[in-house]
Design a protein around this ligand. Structure first.
Ligand SMILES: [Zn+2]
Length: 219
C-alpha cells in the first residue's frame, strides 16, 4: 500500500449531493492516487470504481458524498473488499505508515505464483488489510478470479523482471560509471510512490540491507 495525499478543496460536483462519480471527481482521484488502485497498485486499471472507503449502505448521504471517503480502486479489488473487509488501514491518513505496516514480497519465480503478504503490526486494521491484499493476489476461489489473477501476476512479474535486470546491470563488473549513474536513476524512478506496485518494489529494497542506499530521499 502507498500513502495518498488527497488534495483540497473537494471537487465542486460533490456539493450538490447528486453524483459522487462526476468527471471532476474521477479526474482528481486519478491524479491524487497516481492512476493506481490503492489496494493492488495496478496502474491505469481497465475498470475503475469510485470506492467508498467506509460503506454508505445506500442511506448515509454524508459518507456517500464526502470527498475524504472516496477512493480510487480497480473493479476487481473493489469487488473483493466490498463484503468482508470493512475496517482496513486508511492510506490517506498521516498517522500510519501504510508501507511499513504490510510487507509485500514478490513470488520467488513466475511459476511459484504465491505472493507473500504479511501484517507487520498486531492490530486488527493491519491484519484485515493484509488479509485483503493477500486475497487480491492469491485467491482463485472462482474461475473469473483465477483468470484475472493470472493477468495481475503477469503485470507484477513484468515489473519485477525489469527491476531485477536493472539491479544486475548496476552490479555487473562490465558496467561503467556513467552507465551506473543512469541505472541508479532508473531504479530510483521505479521506487517512486507513483510507480506501479511500489510497495512490492520498496519491500524488495527494505529486505536487502546492501541495497538501502537506493532508499535515500525516497522512503
Ligand atoms: Zn486493484
Amino acid at each position: 500500500m502507498f500513502h495518498v495525499l488527497k488534495t483540497m478543496p473537494a471537487p465542486a460536483s460533490l456539493d450538490n449531493k447528486v453524483s459522487y462519480s462526476g468527471m471532476d471527481v474521477i479526474e482528481r482521484l486519478a491524479s491524487d492516487f497516481h492512476n493506481k488502485c490503492y489496494i493492488c497498485e495496478i496502474k491505469d486499471p481497465i475498470s475503475l470504481n469510485v470506492e467508498h472507503f467506509e460503506p454508505h449502505k445506500g442511506i448515509d448521504d454524508e459518507k456517500k458524498y464526502d470527498w475524504s471517503n472516496l477512493f480510487f480502486a480497480c473493479a476487481r479489488c473493489n469487488n473483493i473488499k466490498r463484503s468482508k473487509f470493512d475496517d482496513i488501514l486508511n492510506c490517506t491518513s498521516t498517522d500510519i505508515d501504510v508501507l511499513m505496516a504490510v510487507k509485500h514480497e514478490f513470488p520467488v519465480t513466475a511459476h511459484a505464483r504465491k505472493v507473500n503478504i504479511t501484517a507487520m503490526l498486531d492490530d486488527e486494521k493491519t491484519k484485515m488489510t493484509a488479509s485483503l491484499i493477500d486475497e487480491v493476489f492469491n485467491s482463485e476461489s472462482t474461475g473469473n478470479k483465477k483468470l484475472s489473477r493470472t493477468y495481475l501476476l503477469k503485470r507484477l512479474m513484468k515489473q519485477y523482471r525489469k527491476f531485477l535486470e536493472l539491479l544486475f546491470e548496476y552490479e555487473d563488473d562490465d558496467t561503467i560509471e556513467e552507465e551506473r549513474i543512469i541505472i541508479e536513476k532508473k531504479i530510483k524512478n521505479m521506487l517512486k510512490v507513483e510507480y506501479e506496485f511500489s510497495a512490492f518494489l520498496r519491500w524488495a529494497i527494505i529486505n536487502s540491507p546492501e541495497l538501502h542506499h537506493f532508499r535515500e530521499g525516497l522512503f
